[in-house]
Design a protein around this ligand. Structure first.
Ligand code: NAD
Length: 360
């Protein structure tokens, strides 16, 4: 997107990935600027996180909301749940600008969408924030356990990522044992910490990096992982690079340097450019476990709130990520296509088939 034309061809942008709707929500009296994007609702209402970030430009926020909502469609479809894809972003710093009034006002906008969008957690928001949104609408999940919600999604997300890593390791080595495997976890936040714990329980050699040094040292000491400078991990000889911070870390610059055999982590939109970088990873022989497939554990735990499941059912659905990852890797090898593309095809096929029976 060009920075010279602030709102270029908005309908072209929506058409690019076939988004259905984008809603701009503003209330200048309280300083709310938010955007809700609905990508696809064939399978069911669009679920998606509420992300609050101090985007440098409004275009950056639009780009993020479009990419994230599309990824949610694929995530829901490939996970086998009856939900579509959407996302909400609030423009602002969650540390200084987030408040009850901002979240409740967003809740009112969600309510106006009559259930076509269901809000959940993302970067910059917590279960407590979902409680504020819930004061204005029932179309929200990820509520605290005390309110009958699923609480923190991070343990489920980390578990799914762990299954994704093991599936890729199994493909490569014929065994999914993590003992002695080297894994670098980038980002020791909520998901990263749980993932480090799971990996260390299976005696993997774990490296951690985080731009917040205190946090990195804390996790490193707690689990016996080795702290590394966050820019160094791309030069390391690793079995697995696990991106658990921001998206876009798999790009021309990093792929060139990468010596890892597998990429599998929780961050959304890890490939800076799906087509180009998916192909480059295939060419380089690096197995990429698609982000929207292996980070679906959080979605599956939230789905329990909608479908009335218990925690055991969510855990079983999350466990399916292991076999689903193996199928995607095998399809990629058989058809000589990037794993990302293989996973997208599986998701698109499901959407197309369900669309057919809904039209009858
Ligand atoms: P978080 O905010 O708790 O943790 C992110 C961590 O990454 C922070 O500690 C931050 O300091 C660190 N970080 C930021 N930039 C970095 C960099 N350049 N290098 C190293 N570390 C850096 O977030 P989270 O909930 O743990 O989520 C992590 C990622 O997984 C996000 O991309 C999120 O969208 C995605 N995700 C999370 C969930 C979930 O259930 N929480 C579900 C699906 C996807």
């Amino acid at each position: 997107m060009s920075s010279e034309t602030p709102y270029p061809q908005m309908f072209d942008l929506l058409r690019q990935f076939e988004h259905q709707k984008i809603v701009f929500c503003q209330d200048h009296t309280i300083g709310l600027k938010a955007i809700i994007a609905i990508h696809d609702t064939t399978l069911g209402p669009a679920i998606g996180g509420v992300r609050m970030l101090p985007y440098k430009t409004e275009l950056e926020a639009i780009d993020d909301v479009l990419r994230l909502s599309r990824a949610m469609t694929y995530k829901s479809a490939i996970s086998g749940v009856n939900l579509g894809g959407g996302t909400a972003v609030i423009i602002g710093d969650h540390r200084t600008q987030k408040s009850e009034v901002i979240l409740r006002r967003l809740g009112q906008f969600v309510e106006e969408m009559n259930g076509s969008f269901i809000a959940s957690l993302d970067m910059g928001t917590t279960s407590k924030d979902m409680e504020f949104i819930h004061m204005e609408t029932n179309h929200v999940v990820g509520l605290p356990k005390s309110l009958g919600g699923s609480g923190d999604t991070a343990p489920f997300t980390a578990k799914g990522v762990f299954y994704g890593i093991k599936a890729a390791v199994k493909e490569l080595y014929g065994t999914d044992s993590m003992a002695g495997r080297t894994v670098a976890v980038q980002g020791t936040g909520k998901v990263g910490e749980h993932l480090v714990s799971l990996l260390r329980e299976e005696n993997a050699k774990v490296y951690v990096s985080d731009i917040v040094e205190d946090r990195m040292i804390q996790v490193s000491n707690k689990y016996g992982a080795e702290a590394i400078a966050h820019n160094n991990l791309f030069d390391m000889d690793l079995d697995v690079y696990a991106p658990c911070a921001l998206g876009g870390t798999v790009n021309n610059y990093t792929i060139e340097r990468m010596k890892c055999k597998i990429i599998a982590g929780s961050a959304n939109n890890q490939l800076a450019n799906d087509r180009e970088h998916g192909a480059k990873l295939l060419e380089k022989g690096i197995i990429y476990a698609p982000d929207f497939l292996i980070n679906a554990g959080g979605l599956l735990s939230c789905y329990a709130e909608i479908a009335g499941y218990n925690v055991l059912r969510s855990a079983a659905l999350t466990e399916n990520i292991y076999e689903a990852t193996r199928s995607v890797i095998q399809k990629s090898l058989k058809e000589k296509i990037p794993t990302h593309q293989a996973a997208m095809q599986i998701a698109e096929d499901r959407i197309a088939l369900i669309k057919k029976i809904k039209q009858n």
